[in-house]
Design a protein around this ligand. Structure first.
Ligand SMILES: CC(C)(COP(=O)(O)OP(=O)(O)OC[C@H]1O[C@@H](n2cnc3c(N)ncnc32)[C@H](O)[C@@H]1OP(=O)(O)O)[C@@H](O)C(=O)NCCC(=O)NCCS
Length: 146
């Protein structure tokens, strides 16, 4: 099945981000630094005209690096009604395509431990120790070299 992934605004990501990633906080908690940076890209997956998934790609080096060609994926969330239908993977692929087109050296993120197998299927590799993010739980650093 083909997926419908389009670029959306930062504001359009907020309702799904909040409902799925920060359900115990208000909408202010899902406005993140870099959201409005000139080269930040927000992706939305649509099903039947409805926005069902979001993800954001921004130029940012991981901790301990200053690589200007590293890109970070953030705020990945798909609506529980449509999980397992490929929308999340379609967003990640769109982000990878964009990062490659920008000459990225790697794409990285802090993955929720529960989502690590999802990202492994897409070729990302986990490294380091599990760490805890306040309000978001246990995570691993993951990345892929491009
Ligand atoms: C993680 C998330 C974005 C995945 O979105 P999705 O639309 O369900 O993902 P897809 O349908 O594209 O999944 C692609 C493949 O990964 C599998 N998969 C998805 N989530 C998985 C998980 N948590 N564990 C194991 N496998 C998973 C799917 O079954 C599918 O397998 P297939 O290729 O064999 O069919 C979604 O489950 C979500 O929003 N979770 C809650 C928020 C969250 O954890 N976000 C990530 C923060 S880092």
């Amino acid at each position: 099945m083909g997926h419908d992934v389009r670029r959306i605004s930062a504001a359009e990501t907020h309702p799904l981000r909040q409902a799925i990633l920060r359900p115990h906080q208000d909408e202010g908690a899902v406005r993140w630094p870099g959201d409005d940076a000139a080269d930040t890209v927000h992706f939305g997956a649509f099903a039947g005209g409805r926005l069902v998934g979001v993800g954001t790609l921004l130029r940012e080096a991981p901790k301990g690096s200053s690589d200007p060609r590293a890109w970070r994926l953030r705020g990945m969330a798909t609506h529980p009604d449509v999980r397992g239908q490929g929308h999340g993977a379609a967003i990640v692929r769109a982000a990878l395509e964009h990062a490659r087109a920008q000459g990225a050296t790697r794409m990285w993120f802090n993955a929720r431990t529960s989502a690590v197998p999802f990202y492994e299927k897409l070729g990302f590799v986990r490294s380091g120790h599990e760490f805890f993010v306040p309000d978001a739980g246990p995570h691993y650093y993951m990345d892929v070299r491009l």
